[in-house]
Design a protein around this ligand. Structure first.
Ligand SMILES: NC(=O)c1ccc[n+]([C@@H]2O[C@H](COP(=O)([O-])OP(=O)(O)OC[C@H]3O[C@@H](n4cnc5c(N)ncnc54)[C@H](O)[C@@H]3O)[C@@H](O)[C@H]2O)c1
Ligand SMILES: O=C(O)C[C@H](O)C(=O)O
Length: 332
Protein backbone atom coordinates (compact mmCIF):
# COMPACT_ATOMS: atom_id res chain seq x y z
CA UNK A 1 0.00 0.00 0.00
CA UNK A 2 1.27 3.51 -0.83
CA UNK A 3 2.55 5.46 2.17
CA UNK A 4 0.60 8.44 3.47
CA UNK A 5 2.41 11.72 2.70
CA UNK A 6 4.48 13.33 5.46
CA UNK A 7 3.89 17.03 5.92
CA UNK A 8 7.17 18.95 6.14
CA UNK A 9 7.26 22.62 7.15
CA UNK A 10 10.15 24.81 6.00
CA UNK A 11 10.13 28.31 7.45
CA UNK A 12 12.12 31.02 5.68
CA UNK A 13 11.46 29.01 2.53
CA UNK A 14 12.05 31.94 0.18
CA UNK A 15 15.58 32.38 1.53
CA UNK A 16 18.76 30.80 0.26
CA UNK A 17 18.74 27.69 2.48
CA UNK A 18 15.03 27.23 1.80
CA UNK A 19 15.63 27.39 -1.95
CA UNK A 20 18.28 24.67 -1.69
CA UNK A 21 16.31 22.58 0.80
CA UNK A 22 12.83 22.22 -0.67
CA UNK A 23 13.95 20.38 -3.84
CA UNK A 24 16.04 18.02 -1.71
CA UNK A 25 12.96 17.20 0.38
CA UNK A 26 10.84 16.77 -2.74
CA UNK A 27 13.44 14.36 -4.20
CA UNK A 28 13.38 12.13 -1.11
CA UNK A 29 16.75 13.13 0.38
CA UNK A 30 15.19 13.82 3.77
CA UNK A 31 12.61 11.09 4.30
CA UNK A 32 13.48 8.41 1.78
CA UNK A 33 12.82 7.60 -1.85
CA UNK A 34 9.54 5.85 -1.05
CA UNK A 35 8.05 8.57 1.18
CA UNK A 36 5.60 11.02 -0.42
CA UNK A 37 5.70 14.53 1.02
CA UNK A 38 3.58 17.65 1.25
CA UNK A 39 5.80 20.69 1.68
CA UNK A 40 4.52 23.64 3.72
CA UNK A 41 6.52 26.80 3.06
CA UNK A 42 6.33 29.84 5.33
CA UNK A 43 7.91 33.23 4.82
CA UNK A 44 7.05 36.80 5.72
CA UNK A 45 4.97 39.28 3.72
CA UNK A 46 7.91 41.09 2.02
CA UNK A 47 9.03 37.71 0.63
CA UNK A 48 5.53 36.60 -0.45
CA UNK A 49 6.13 37.07 -4.21
CA UNK A 50 9.42 35.26 -4.07
CA UNK A 51 7.77 32.43 -2.13
CA UNK A 52 5.16 32.19 -4.87
CA UNK A 53 8.01 31.80 -7.37
CA UNK A 54 9.51 28.93 -5.35
CA UNK A 55 6.13 27.20 -5.37
CA UNK A 56 5.90 27.64 -9.15
CA UNK A 57 9.33 26.05 -9.54
CA UNK A 58 8.40 23.12 -7.31
CA UNK A 59 5.38 22.49 -9.51
CA UNK A 60 7.47 22.85 -12.67
CA UNK A 61 10.03 20.32 -11.45
CA UNK A 62 7.30 17.62 -11.43
CA UNK A 63 8.71 15.69 -8.47
CA UNK A 64 7.01 12.28 -8.25
CA UNK A 65 7.11 12.27 -4.41
CA UNK A 66 5.68 15.78 -4.01
CA UNK A 67 1.94 15.49 -3.44
CA UNK A 68 1.13 19.11 -2.63
CA UNK A 69 2.68 22.47 -1.74
CA UNK A 70 1.37 25.01 0.74
CA UNK A 71 3.03 28.44 0.37
CA UNK A 72 1.87 30.98 2.89
CA UNK A 73 2.73 33.94 5.09
CA UNK A 74 0.23 32.77 7.70
CA UNK A 75 2.02 30.89 10.47
CA UNK A 76 -1.10 28.99 11.56
CA UNK A 77 -1.80 27.71 8.05
CA UNK A 78 1.86 26.81 7.69
CA UNK A 79 1.98 24.75 10.90
CA UNK A 80 -1.29 22.84 10.43
CA UNK A 81 -0.74 19.11 10.80
CA UNK A 82 2.99 19.16 10.06
CA UNK A 83 4.97 16.06 11.03
CA UNK A 84 8.42 17.61 10.56
CA UNK A 85 9.29 21.29 10.99
CA UNK A 86 12.57 22.70 9.71
CA UNK A 87 12.89 26.19 11.14
CA UNK A 88 15.13 28.21 8.84
CA UNK A 89 13.27 31.53 9.01
CA UNK A 90 15.30 34.36 10.46
CA UNK A 91 18.17 36.65 9.66
CA UNK A 92 21.61 35.33 8.68
CA UNK A 93 24.92 36.60 9.92
CA UNK A 94 26.87 38.95 7.65
CA UNK A 95 30.63 39.31 7.39
CA UNK A 96 32.18 40.48 10.68
CA UNK A 97 29.15 39.58 12.80
CA UNK A 98 29.08 36.98 15.60
CA UNK A 99 26.02 34.77 15.99
CA UNK A 100 25.14 36.72 19.11
CA UNK A 101 24.60 39.75 16.86
CA UNK A 102 21.60 38.12 15.19
CA UNK A 103 20.15 37.03 18.51
CA UNK A 104 17.76 39.91 19.20
CA UNK A 105 15.99 39.57 15.86
CA UNK A 106 15.84 35.82 15.77
CA UNK A 107 14.89 34.73 19.29
CA UNK A 108 11.71 36.79 19.19
CA UNK A 109 10.68 34.94 16.00
CA UNK A 110 11.12 31.62 17.80
CA UNK A 111 9.10 32.73 20.78
CA UNK A 112 6.25 33.76 18.45
CA UNK A 113 6.36 30.59 16.35
CA UNK A 114 6.53 28.24 19.35
CA UNK A 115 2.85 28.54 20.17
CA UNK A 116 1.73 28.16 16.53
CA UNK A 117 3.66 24.90 16.32
CA UNK A 118 2.43 23.73 19.71
CA UNK A 119 -1.19 24.35 18.78
CA UNK A 120 -1.28 23.32 15.14
CA UNK A 121 1.50 20.83 14.34
CA UNK A 122 1.00 17.07 14.75
CA UNK A 123 1.56 16.25 18.45
CA UNK A 124 4.64 14.14 17.65
CA UNK A 125 6.11 16.68 15.21
CA UNK A 126 9.90 16.55 15.00
CA UNK A 127 11.42 20.05 15.03
CA UNK A 128 14.83 21.03 13.69
CA UNK A 129 15.98 24.62 14.25
CA UNK A 130 18.52 25.83 11.70
CA UNK A 131 18.33 29.63 12.11
CA UNK A 132 21.01 31.16 14.31
CA UNK A 133 21.65 31.22 17.17
CA UNK A 134 20.38 27.69 16.51
CA UNK A 135 20.78 26.15 20.00
CA UNK A 136 19.26 29.13 21.77
CA UNK A 137 16.43 29.57 19.26
CA UNK A 138 15.59 25.89 19.84
CA UNK A 139 15.67 26.42 23.59
CA UNK A 140 13.35 29.42 23.34
CA UNK A 141 11.02 27.42 21.10
CA UNK A 142 10.99 24.60 23.67
CA UNK A 143 10.34 26.96 26.59
CA UNK A 144 7.45 28.71 24.84
CA UNK A 145 5.90 25.44 23.62
CA UNK A 146 5.75 23.73 27.02
CA UNK A 147 3.44 20.90 25.96
CA UNK A 148 5.79 19.82 23.18
CA UNK A 149 7.98 16.84 24.20
CA UNK A 150 11.48 18.34 24.76
CA UNK A 151 12.93 15.33 22.89
CA UNK A 152 11.20 16.56 19.74
CA UNK A 153 13.03 19.89 19.62
CA UNK A 154 16.55 19.82 18.21
CA UNK A 155 19.00 22.11 16.44
CA UNK A 156 21.38 21.65 13.55
CA UNK A 157 25.01 20.82 14.33
CA UNK A 158 25.14 18.13 11.65
CA UNK A 159 26.71 20.68 9.32
CA UNK A 160 29.60 21.07 11.77
CA UNK A 161 29.78 17.28 12.09
CA UNK A 162 29.97 16.91 8.31
CA UNK A 163 32.57 19.67 8.14
CA UNK A 164 34.72 17.76 10.66
CA UNK A 165 34.38 14.55 8.59
CA UNK A 166 35.37 16.57 5.53
CA UNK A 167 38.50 18.01 7.16
CA UNK A 168 39.68 14.56 8.30
CA UNK A 169 39.01 13.12 4.87
CA UNK A 170 41.02 15.91 3.19
CA UNK A 171 43.91 15.51 5.63
CA UNK A 172 44.15 11.74 5.20
CA UNK A 173 43.18 11.68 1.54
CA UNK A 174 40.45 9.12 2.25
CA UNK A 175 36.83 9.19 1.17
CA UNK A 176 34.58 11.11 3.54
CA UNK A 177 32.20 8.12 3.62
CA UNK A 178 34.93 6.05 5.27
CA UNK A 179 35.30 8.47 8.23
CA UNK A 180 32.87 8.23 11.13
CA UNK A 181 32.14 9.05 14.76
CA UNK A 182 33.55 12.54 15.04
CA UNK A 183 31.58 14.50 17.64
CA UNK A 184 30.52 18.11 17.80
CA UNK A 185 30.02 19.12 21.43
CA UNK A 186 28.06 22.21 22.44
CA UNK A 187 27.03 25.31 20.60
CA UNK A 188 26.75 25.85 16.84
CA UNK A 189 29.20 28.73 17.21
CA UNK A 190 32.91 29.38 17.31
CA UNK A 191 33.12 27.77 20.80
CA UNK A 192 31.90 24.38 19.55
CA UNK A 193 34.31 21.51 20.21
CA UNK A 194 34.91 19.20 17.23
CA UNK A 195 36.33 16.03 18.81
CA UNK A 196 38.07 13.23 16.90
CA UNK A 197 39.11 11.15 19.90
CA UNK A 198 36.66 8.35 19.08
CA UNK A 199 36.55 8.82 15.31
CA UNK A 200 37.69 6.07 12.97
CA UNK A 201 38.48 5.49 9.31
CA UNK A 202 37.57 2.34 7.41
CA UNK A 203 40.72 0.90 5.84
CA UNK A 204 41.57 -2.36 4.07
CA UNK A 205 42.93 -3.53 7.44
CA UNK A 206 39.75 -2.67 9.38
CA UNK A 207 38.70 0.45 11.30
CA UNK A 208 41.60 2.58 12.53
CA UNK A 209 41.51 5.53 14.96
CA UNK A 210 41.71 8.92 13.26
CA UNK A 211 44.23 10.16 15.83
CA UNK A 212 46.66 7.35 15.03
CA UNK A 213 46.25 7.76 11.27
CA UNK A 214 46.68 11.53 11.32
CA UNK A 215 49.65 11.16 13.71
CA UNK A 216 49.74 14.92 14.23
CA UNK A 217 48.21 15.88 17.58
CA UNK A 218 49.37 19.44 17.14
CA UNK A 219 47.21 19.80 14.00
CA UNK A 220 44.25 17.95 15.52
CA UNK A 221 44.33 20.04 18.71
CA UNK A 222 44.66 23.42 17.00
CA UNK A 223 44.16 23.98 13.27
CA UNK A 224 41.58 21.22 12.79
CA UNK A 225 39.43 22.59 15.62
CA UNK A 226 39.61 26.22 14.53
CA UNK A 227 38.97 25.35 10.88
CA UNK A 228 35.72 23.59 11.79
CA UNK A 229 34.75 26.30 14.31
CA UNK A 230 35.37 29.07 11.76
CA UNK A 231 34.09 27.33 8.63
CA UNK A 232 30.82 29.26 8.62
CA UNK A 233 32.73 32.55 8.76
CA UNK A 234 35.12 31.38 6.00
CA UNK A 235 32.16 30.65 3.74
CA UNK A 236 30.58 34.04 4.47
CA UNK A 237 33.93 35.67 3.61
CA UNK A 238 34.19 33.74 0.34
CA UNK A 239 30.55 33.89 -0.82
CA UNK A 240 29.43 37.08 0.90
CA UNK A 241 26.51 34.88 1.91
CA UNK A 242 26.30 32.20 4.56
CA UNK A 243 26.43 28.51 3.72
CA UNK A 244 23.27 27.25 2.06
CA UNK A 245 23.68 24.05 0.05
CA UNK A 246 25.72 22.36 2.78
CA UNK A 247 23.27 23.60 5.45
CA UNK A 248 20.31 22.25 3.47
CA UNK A 249 22.01 18.92 2.82
CA UNK A 250 22.96 18.56 6.49
CA UNK A 251 19.39 19.37 7.56
CA UNK A 252 18.26 16.44 5.36
CA UNK A 253 20.92 14.22 6.99
CA UNK A 254 19.73 15.26 10.47
CA UNK A 255 16.06 14.47 9.86
CA UNK A 256 16.75 11.33 7.82
CA UNK A 257 18.87 9.76 10.56
CA UNK A 258 16.43 10.85 13.27
CA UNK A 259 13.44 9.35 11.46
CA UNK A 260 15.01 6.34 9.74
CA UNK A 261 17.85 5.57 12.21
CA UNK A 262 21.64 5.82 12.27
CA UNK A 263 23.65 2.97 10.73
CA UNK A 264 24.83 0.35 13.23
CA UNK A 265 28.08 1.41 14.94
CA UNK A 266 27.78 5.02 13.76
CA UNK A 267 26.81 8.10 15.66
CA UNK A 268 26.03 11.62 14.49
CA UNK A 269 25.92 15.01 16.22
CA UNK A 270 22.61 16.67 17.07
CA UNK A 271 21.77 19.66 19.23
CA UNK A 272 19.42 18.09 21.79
CA UNK A 273 17.96 18.77 25.18
CA UNK A 274 20.66 18.01 27.77
CA UNK A 275 19.80 15.52 30.50
CA UNK A 276 23.06 16.25 32.35
CA UNK A 277 25.11 13.65 30.44
CA UNK A 278 28.88 14.28 30.54
CA UNK A 279 28.35 16.92 33.25
CA UNK A 280 26.67 19.34 30.83
CA UNK A 281 24.00 21.41 32.61
CA UNK A 282 20.56 19.87 32.14
CA UNK A 283 18.09 21.98 30.21
CA UNK A 284 20.44 23.43 27.60
CA UNK A 285 20.13 22.52 23.92
CA UNK A 286 23.67 21.19 23.49
CA UNK A 287 25.24 19.16 20.69
CA UNK A 288 26.02 15.58 21.71
CA UNK A 289 26.93 12.38 19.91
CA UNK A 290 23.67 10.51 19.36
CA UNK A 291 22.38 7.33 17.80
CA UNK A 292 18.82 7.13 16.50
CA UNK A 293 16.43 4.22 16.38
CA UNK A 294 12.68 4.04 15.74
CA UNK A 295 12.40 7.81 15.52
CA UNK A 296 14.14 8.49 18.87
CA UNK A 297 17.64 9.83 19.50
CA UNK A 298 19.77 8.74 22.48
CA UNK A 299 22.97 10.33 23.69
CA UNK A 300 25.96 7.99 23.29
CA UNK A 301 27.09 7.20 26.83
CA UNK A 302 30.39 6.14 28.36
CA UNK A 303 32.86 7.88 26.03
CA UNK A 304 36.19 8.53 27.72
CA UNK A 305 36.70 12.28 28.04
CA UNK A 306 40.20 13.64 28.69
CA UNK A 307 40.99 16.92 30.44
CA UNK A 308 41.58 18.81 27.17
CA UNK A 309 38.15 17.76 25.90
CA UNK A 310 36.37 18.42 29.21
CA UNK A 311 37.65 22.01 29.31
CA UNK A 312 36.42 22.64 25.78
CA UNK A 313 33.04 20.97 26.43
CA UNK A 314 32.55 23.13 29.53
CA UNK A 315 33.58 26.34 27.74
CA UNK A 316 30.93 25.89 25.04
CA UNK A 317 28.32 24.99 27.71
CA UNK A 318 29.22 28.21 29.52
CA UNK A 319 28.59 30.18 26.32
CA UNK A 320 25.16 28.55 26.00
CA UNK A 321 24.26 29.48 29.58
CA UNK A 322 25.24 33.08 28.79
CA UNK A 323 23.31 33.04 25.48
CA UNK A 324 20.23 31.80 27.30
CA UNK A 325 20.24 34.75 29.68
CA UNK A 326 21.03 37.17 26.84
CA UNK A 327 18.09 35.70 24.88
CA UNK A 328 15.75 36.24 27.80
CA UNK A 329 16.98 39.82 28.18
CA UNK A 330 16.23 40.38 24.45
CA UNK A 331 12.71 39.06 24.96
CA UNK A 332 11.96 41.33 27.91
N1 LIG B 1 22.68 25.81 11.99
C1 LIG B 1 23.38 25.89 10.88
O1 LIG B 1 24.24 25.04 10.61
C2 LIG B 1 23.19 27.03 9.91
C3 LIG B 1 23.90 27.03 8.70
C4 LIG B 1 23.68 28.08 7.79
C5 LIG B 1 22.82 29.12 8.11
N2 LIG B 1 22.16 29.09 9.30
C6 LIG B 1 21.19 30.14 9.64
O2 LIG B 1 19.96 29.85 8.94
C7 LIG B 1 19.20 31.08 8.82
C8 LIG B 1 18.72 31.26 7.38
O3 LIG B 1 19.81 31.47 6.53
P1 LIG B 1 19.59 31.86 4.99
O4 LIG B 1 20.94 31.99 4.42
O5 LIG B 1 18.61 30.98 4.35
O6 LIG B 1 18.98 33.32 5.17
P2 LIG B 1 18.06 34.15 4.12
O7 LIG B 1 18.06 35.55 4.59
O8 LIG B 1 18.46 33.84 2.73
O9 LIG B 1 16.62 33.49 4.36
C9 LIG B 1 15.93 33.63 5.55
C10 LIG B 1 14.47 33.72 5.21
O10 LIG B 1 13.75 33.79 6.44
C11 LIG B 1 12.66 34.66 6.23
N3 LIG B 1 12.10 35.10 7.50
C12 LIG B 1 12.46 36.14 8.29
N4 LIG B 1 11.66 36.22 9.35
C13 LIG B 1 10.77 35.20 9.25
C14 LIG B 1 9.67 34.78 10.03
N5 LIG B 1 9.33 35.43 11.15
N6 LIG B 1 8.97 33.71 9.62
C15 LIG B 1 9.29 33.05 8.49
N7 LIG B 1 10.33 33.42 7.70
C16 LIG B 1 11.05 34.49 8.07
C17 LIG B 1 13.25 35.79 5.38
O11 LIG B 1 12.24 36.53 4.73
C18 LIG B 1 14.10 34.97 4.40
O12 LIG B 1 13.36 34.59 3.25
C19 LIG B 1 20.12 32.18 9.31
O13 LIG B 1 19.80 32.48 10.66
C20 LIG B 1 21.50 31.54 9.22
O14 LIG B 1 22.43 32.15 10.08
C21 LIG B 1 22.33 28.08 10.20
O1 LIG C 1 28.21 30.86 10.46
C1 LIG C 1 27.12 31.32 10.13
O2 LIG C 1 26.67 32.39 10.55
C2 LIG C 1 26.27 30.55 9.16
C3 LIG C 1 26.11 29.16 9.59
O3 LIG C 1 25.76 29.03 10.92
C4 LIG C 1 27.29 28.30 9.26
O4 LIG C 1 27.82 27.65 10.16
O5 LIG C 1 27.65 28.25 8.08
Amino acid sequence: MAKQPTRVLVTGAAGQIGYALVPMIARGAMLGLDQPVIIHMLDIEPAAESLKGVKMELIDAAFPLLKDVVATTDVVEACKGVNVAVMVGGFPRKEGMERKDVMTKNVSIYKAQASALEQHAAPDCKVLVVANPANTNALILKEFAPSFPPKNITCLTRLDHNRALGQVSEKLNVHVGDVKNVTIWGNHSSTQYPDVNHATVKTAAGEKPVRALVADDQWLNTEFITTVQQRGAAIIKARKLSSALSAASSACDHIRDWVLGTPKGTWVSMGVYSDGSYGIPAGLIYSFPVTCEKGEWSIVQGLKIDEFSKAKMDATAKELVEEKSLAYSCLN
